[in-house]
Design a protein around this ligand. Structure first.
Ligand code: KG4
Ligand code: ZN
Length: 375
């Protein structure tokens, strides 16, 4: 019998609902992004986020059910993100999830958002009929997280989608997340929010523009698998301050963004070769650091698989570099599609499935946990 789980995600600035069958077949996935609301503040404003979740949650769930051609009564369980994330935002999803579970008499499955990001990779692989082999090293890299885990299967249940996993944290950022670095550098350059998608495309357009500055590898004492991106952001900021010739361009781009002209085709003509060279050097430094530390961990732990997920996993240079390095090392690397890289509820429903199979349920006392650990 097919198990259909309704997933609800509201940990940050995306209100999302999805229905997934047997943990791997996406029947529907609806994401209402709040980017337009937070853009003018240059980042997510928690109070605005929870208010917007309140407005969107009911229609988003309804649309997810409609797309799956289902009625609420057909749902076998409700999976909801318990954390980590913004407490006020999480509470909206949790409260709605609890209410649905109670009124429908269906189980409520609490899900860790980061575990969801890992399941996103498996959802994607499943579309191609692939089952990534565990153990794996998993890099979760987004606007809120940059963390490296070793993932093992604990087995149990019927097949891959039902088995519970165990995690060991190998490393994490000591300061900014990689996505946060993209967003901050984008702001410094007058390129708006979020920064990842635009910097990704500008870096690809830089081609052989001369490098106005070089950023060396980040050196850190202690754990070799930890990350740090705030130094790089500061280096960009110093470089801009020391070179006032960037200023006119930055102001022109800020003015364009203020007029709502934030598309790549509108911003590219406002970026001279020096800016493009700078963006490419910044991205080279981020990608090099993420790929080096992650592949080193995969070698050291001798695992066959590397999983990369989270918003920054959408980055094309990151994907291409991981592919090359993994192939050279005889390991497999897997990413979610763009839509499954950023926050969504299909990954939450997928992560809820093994917990459902193992009857890990929550009751009405379930509360949000801003820093819920998985390891
Ligand atoms: O996973 P996500 O949607 O939200 C959380 O932070 O949990 O990730 C959003 C982050 C933002 O910082 C955004 O700038 C970054 O992912 N991002 C990218 C790209 N697309 C999104 N960073 C680099 N390259 C991209 N193509
Ligand atoms: Zn996320």
């Amino acid at each position: 019998m097919t198990v259909r789980i309704l997933g609800i995600e509201s940990s940050c600035d995306e209100t999302a609902a999805a229905v997934v069958a047997d943990g791997r077949e996406i029947l529907s996935s609806v994401v209402a992004s709040q980017i337009d609301i937070h853009r003018k503040y240059g980042g997510v404003v928690p109070e605005l986020a929870s208010r917007e979740h309140l407005r969107r949650i009911v229609p988003v769930v309804r649309e997810a059910l409609e797309q799956a051609q289902m009625d609420l009564r057909d749902v076998d369980a409700i999976g909801v993100t318990q954390g980590p994330g913004l407490v006020g935002s999480l509470l909206v999803g949790i409260t709605y999830g609890k209410t649905l579970a109670e009124t429908l008499g269906k189980p409520l499955v609490p899900v860790n958002h980061l575990e969801g990001h890992i399941h996103a990779v498996f959802l994607e692989a499943h579309k191609a009929g692939i089952e990534p082999a565990l153990p794996a090293v998993c890099l979760i890299v987004s606007g809120g997280h940059t963390v490296l885990y070793e993932v093992q299967s604990k087995g149990g249940g019927n097949g891959e989608a039902e088995s519970l996993w165990s995690y060991r944290k190998i490393g994490q950022t000591r300061d900014d997340a990689a996505g946060e670095a993209y967003d901050k550098v984008s702001k410094l350059l007058g390129l708006g929010y979020p920064g990842g998608p635009i910097l990704d495309r500008l870096a690809a357009s830089a081609r052989d523009a001369a490098a106005p500055v070089k950023f060396g590898p980040t050196k850190m004492k202690g754990n070799a698998y930890d990350f740090s991106f705030s130094g790089l952001k500061t280096a960009v900021s110093y470089h801009l301050r020391e070179n006032p010739d960037y200023l006119a361009e930055i102001q022109a781009r800020e003015a364009a963004i203020a007029r709502g002209e934030r598309k790549f085709d509108q911003l590219l003509p406002l970026c001279g070769p020096k800016t493009l060279g700078l963006v490419r050097e910044f991205q080279n430094a981020v990608v090099r650091d993420l790929v080096e530390r992650t592949t080193k961990a995969a070698e050291e732990l001798d695992v066959p698989t590397i999983l990369v997920s989270g918003g920054v996993a959408a980055n094309r240079q990151l994907r291409a570099t991981f592919e090359q390095r993994a192939a050279a090392l005889g390991r497999k690397v897997y990413f979610p599609s763009l839509a499954l890289s950023t926050d969504n509820a299909a990954m939450i429903a997928a992560a809820a499935y093994p917990r459902f199979a193992h009857r890990i349920f929550a009751d009405v006392s379930l509360n949000a946990c801003a820093s819920l650990p998985i390891a």
